[in-house]
Design a protein around this ligand. Structure first.
Ligand code: SF4
Length: 182
């Protein structure tokens, strides 16, 4: 097991007082940098940086960051969900590490899409059903991992199926790491 001990901290980001969104950080005693290329190979849409090193991923609208001695998740609805999310991420790391012999590590460095590229694939009706004032604001929040594609009902309509597929590929989805489900 790569991670067997960590300290957990849950907090509301100071830049968002009263926002009622939570972040959580697992501070590790183990350096997990070696697992990052394996996670990069299995977590669709992850953004890997060898220089940092770090791996950023969006999971169901939550922004996740893996670094050598910590795993952080942000934009979670409540404290218990943040703790649960981090516990699941620790499991993902451990299972990926245990199965690394089956995985071709990836050192590819993706870049997060810019909001305009995302916006061009949205319905562009500014209907506000997603809770955002415009499609562009929604696009900007998608690139930051602050909202999820499922918040736009129009994208689920058949005529947007191709665009939705492109967006999922561009932004990544929360496909599990190898071995996440047993
Ligand atoms: S629900 Fe979709 S179409 Fe409507 S404003 Fe939000 S992103 Fe745009």
């Amino acid at each position: 097991m790569l991670i067997d001990k960590y300290d957990l901290e849950v907090f509301t980001p100071p830049c968002e007082p009263g926002a009622e969104r939570f972040s959580a950080v697992a501070r590790l005693v183990t350096d997990i940098r070696e697992v990052l290329p394996y996670l990069n190979a299995t977590l669709r849409g992850a953004t890997y940086s060898a220089a940092a090193p770090s791996l950023v991923w969006t999971k169901a609208g939550h922004r996740v960051a893996f670094q050598p001695y910590q795993i952080a998740v942000s934009n979670v609805a409540d404290r218990d969900a943040a703790i649960h999310e981090l516990e699941e991420l620790v499991k993902v790391v451990n299972r990926t590490w245990e199965r690394r012999a089956e995985i071709q590590p990836s050192f590819d460095e993706r870049h997060r899409p810019v909001p305009m590229a995302v916006y061009k694939l949205l319905p562009q009706t500014n209907c506000k059903v997603c809770g955002q004032p415009t499609c562009f604001v929604f696009a900007a929040k998608l690139t930051l991992g602050q909202v999820d594609l499922t918040a736009c009902p129009a994208l689920q309509e058949p005529q947007y199926a191709d665009r939705l597929a492109q967006l999922q590929d561009m932004l990544g989805t929360d496909l599990p790491a190898v071995g996440q489900h047993e």
